[in-house]
Design a protein around this ligand. Structure first.
Ligand code: SAH
Length: 229
């Protein structure tokens, strides 16, 4: 081979994986998009600095992985904007000893962020192919405390209930009663509520002494919560 060509080949092989400075991109994302907008929950910030969002988006979107927006992940679904992931995580008040249920696995990014903070994450995805793909990815990335289940999250996961926290990342018309039932006393649920075609309301639901309290937190836009027929 010509020396020039072999040099080119050597550079190609030795080139750093994309993006070359992903730590910097993530730190910048956390500072500008998350901390400067008021998120101060330390464990959340730490997890967002650590989890490589670019590994959770399709190759063609990797260059935008640290931008301030949701991105398509295939199957008509999206990975939420980084700020929204941080915001919902902080609202959940996750603690080290917690067991958390997520409905809407999608790319697995939100599950990975939670898995950096809590003891155990269960996450349910209704699109089987997406669930299987994400299960493999989380396994390959070494997450041993995330269990991906495929199926309709409306029913929750009674076998592993009750949960310290429940996070729903698809917009439901109403809060599924089985999820309320599977929340521990003292637990928190974060869920976008509203018609799928409209702007929805992010609701915080707290259970105290068996009573349920809900607070409307902010307006959001999520993909619809669907049901198995
Ligand atoms: N948390 C995800 C966001 C994915 S978008 C992430 O970090 O990437 C919401 C996901 O909810 C979609 O993948 C959609 O298929 C799934 N979903 C919608 N309705 C569902 C249901 N009833 N049960 C489980 N998953 C559901």
């Amino acid at each position: 081979m010509k020396p020039f060509l072999s040099l080119l080949l050597a550079f190609w092989i030795a080139r750093p994986a994309f993006p070359p400075q992903d730590d910097e991109l993530r730190n910048h994302m956390v500072r500008k998009q998350i901390e400067e907008r008021g998120i101060n929950h330390r464990a959340t910030l730490q997890a967002m600095r650590k989890v490589k969002r670019h590994l959770f988006v399709p190759l063609k979107h990797q260059k935008n992985a640290y931008d301030d927006m949701p991105l398509p992940i295939g199957y008509g679904q999206t990975i939420s904007q980084p700020f929204m992931v941080a915001y919902m995580t902080q609202l959940l008040e996750p603690k080290v000893k917690h067991r958390v249920l997520e409905i809407g696995t999608g790319s697995g990014y939100q599950a990975a962020v939670l898995a950096e903070i809590v003891q155990q994450v269960y996450t349910i995805e209704i699109v089987k192919a997406l669930g299987m793909q994400t299960k493999k990815k989380l396994h390959d990335l070494g997450y041993q405390n995330v269990e991906v289940i495929t199926g309709d999250g409306y029913k929750g996961l009674p076998a592993k209930a009750p949960f310290d926290g429940i996070i729903v990342t698809a917009a439901a018309e109403t809060i599924p009663p089985p999820l309320i039932a599977q929340l521990k006393d003292g637990g928190r649920m974060v869920i976008p509520v509203g018609a799928s075609s409209a702007v929805q309301t992010l609701v915080l639901l707290e259970k105290r002494k068996g009573k349920v309290f809900t607070t409307d937190v902010t307006k959001v836009r999520f993909v619809p919560f669907t049901r198995d027929q």
